[in-house]
Design a protein around this ligand. Structure first.
Ligand SMILES: Nc1ncnc2c1ncn2[C@@H]1O[C@H](COP(=O)(O)OP(=O)(O)OP(=O)(O)O)[C@@H](O)[C@H]1O
Ligand SMILES: [Mg+2]
Length: 456
């Protein structure tokens, strides 16, 4: 079943409102009501609507005032105003302020129906347009790598330098730091860019299948091999092969891979023809490969063969300058995808994003941003739209605490409590250390923890 479009009807004349509710509801829209301008503003700050139908002349907060505030909260919702014939000038003024259209009272019902329909269509087209644009940018900027931190700038310099060479590259870094993105950048900035870019995840394939997956097999090589098949190496001929999670490759396969890298030729499983291959290899790992070598789990000779050039992707928490840039970039793209109108982040959200530790790195940032977009009700993504851990991520600096106090967001007690808990967390639960950092005695700390109900 299609989701009904929602319309907020705002009118302080109850009879007129009820009439509209019955009429417009009968056309298949879900109707919500507000009995004056401030009720409308409250409703919009709580949830999005597809359209607002609002009387101009209302007792408390007028339609014009409400329009201003609604446009600030959610500029994407079309607002249709209703006005008596005598105040058409005000209505024209309202159009300048961003109202979608106005209708004069008494209402011409057919005109009302068409106006609503047209406004909905307008929103849909605008959203589609945004999506198309985002797709287009996506296609052309698939390899756009965001980052202005010194660490990223240095890394991208190296990428630009190494890309055109034929060197094998080992890309190391925590999960979600952008290893695959960098591999793509290396390929698409090399002379092989018109050749294939083939990926294989060594951890996702069982040992027995991996060999045939990489080198292919002859017909009848094993049960189920009913025809000859090329492996990823041959598929990547003339291009690049990205070996993801290389640390998980079994030792026997490591030996076979090494041979192919050295000889630049391979044989399919179950065959004996020697086939030359022209492939540039890039490998990625989030493990400490050198340690694996010392532990005898990874072949030293293969390690040096792969590690001709090593690229180390820094974790996000080591380049905090990039966090907001990335968040803004993904907010723009994901807002279009989710058909939302998002202008940015509130200062509180920015503060929390910048101080969070990001164990899942850029991938986690993408997920957190998308979640916030889905949950958000206004034009700005707020702290409340982030997962709970972010509330504690915002630092209890005197400035931040002072700000919060000034704006009446938090009572003084809460600031102290937050500062204490945050410090205790940072000190990994060590109370003496936390007391030292807070500049109070251990005894005072105990007293306060008791007061805040943190300790019995
Ligand atoms: N600097 C960046 N600029 C733009 N997008 C990025 C950046 N770094 C990572 N991403 C995006 O973050 C996501 C995760 O990146 P990627 O898949 O390359 O990480 P990974 O290091 O390969 O992770 P894993 O080890 O979990 O496979 C992708 O959607 C990627 O496009
Ligand atoms: Mg990856």
């Amino acid at each position: 079943m299609a989701v009904k479009h929602s319309i907020l009807v705002v009118d302080d004349d109850k009879a007129h409102r009820t009439m509209l509710k019955t009429l417009v509801g009968g056309w298949g829209y879900a109707i919500h009501e507000a009995d004056d301008g401030s009720g409308a503003v409250d409703a919009v700050s709580e949830r999005p609507f597809d359209l607002i139908l609002m009387d101009i002349r209302m007792l408390n907060v007028s339609g014009i005032e409400a329009l201003d505030r609604i446009k600030q909260l959610n500029p994407a919702i079309p607002v249709v105003l209703m006005t008596a014939y005598s105040s058409v000038e005000t209505a024209v003024e309202a159009l300048k302020k961003g109202a979608y259209d106005y209708l004069t009272k008494p209402l011409d019902f057919e005109k009302l129906r068409l106006t609503i329909h047209r406004a909905m269509e307008h929103t849909r087209l605008k959203a589609e347009n945004r999506q198309l644009k985002a797709d287009l940018t996506d296609r052309f900027q698939r390899h756009r790598i965001i980052g202005q931190s010194p660490a990223m700038v240095r890394l991208l310099d190296t990428v630009a330098q190494v890309a055109p060479s034929e060197a094998t590259v080992l890309i190391c870094g925590e999960s979600g730091t952008g290893k695959e993105l960098i591999a793509g950048a290396l390929h698409y900035n090399s002379s092989r860019k018109n050749g294939p870019f083939i990926k294989i995840n060594c951890a996702a394939i069982t040992e027995t299948l991996l060999e045939s997956e990489l080198f292919g097999h002859e017909r009848g090589a094993f049960t189920g091999a009913d025809r000859r098949k090329d492996g990823r190496f041959l598929q990547a001929d003339g291009g690049s092969l990205f070996l993801d999670e290389i640390s998980e490759m079994p030792l026997t396969m490591q030996a076979k891979l090494l041979r192919v890298l050295q000889e630049r030729e391979l044989t399919r499983v179950g065959g004996d023809a020697v086939i030359p291959v022209d492939v540039r290899v890039m490998a990625a790992t989030n493990a400490d490969l050198h340690k694996r070598v010392r532990q005898g789990e990874f072949r030293e000779d293969l390690y040096y063969r792969l590690n001709v050039v090593a690229l180390e992707l820094p974790p996000l928490r080591a380049r905090r300058e990039d966090i907001v840039l990335l968040a803004q970039h993904f907010a723009d793209r994901l807002a279009a995808k989710n058909r939302k109108h998002i202008k940015g982040f509130t200062p509180q959200a920015v503060n929390a994003l910048t101080h969070y530790d990001w164990p899942g790195n850029v991938r986690e940032l993408i997920n957190v941003t998308e979640r916030a977009i889905v949950l958000s009700r206004g034009a700005y993504l707020d702290l409340a739209d982030l997962p709970l851990d972010f509330e504690t991520a915002a630092p209890a600096t005197p400035e931040a605490a002072g700000e919060a106090l000034l704006t009446g967001q938090i009572p003084l007690d809460e600031v102290e409590k937050a500062a204490i808990l945050k410090t205790l967390q940072a000190a990994r639960g060590n109370k003496s250390e936390a007391a030292r950092r807070l500049g109070i005695t251990r005894k005072t700390l105990h007293k306060k923890l008791k007061k805040y109900g943190v300790m019995p």
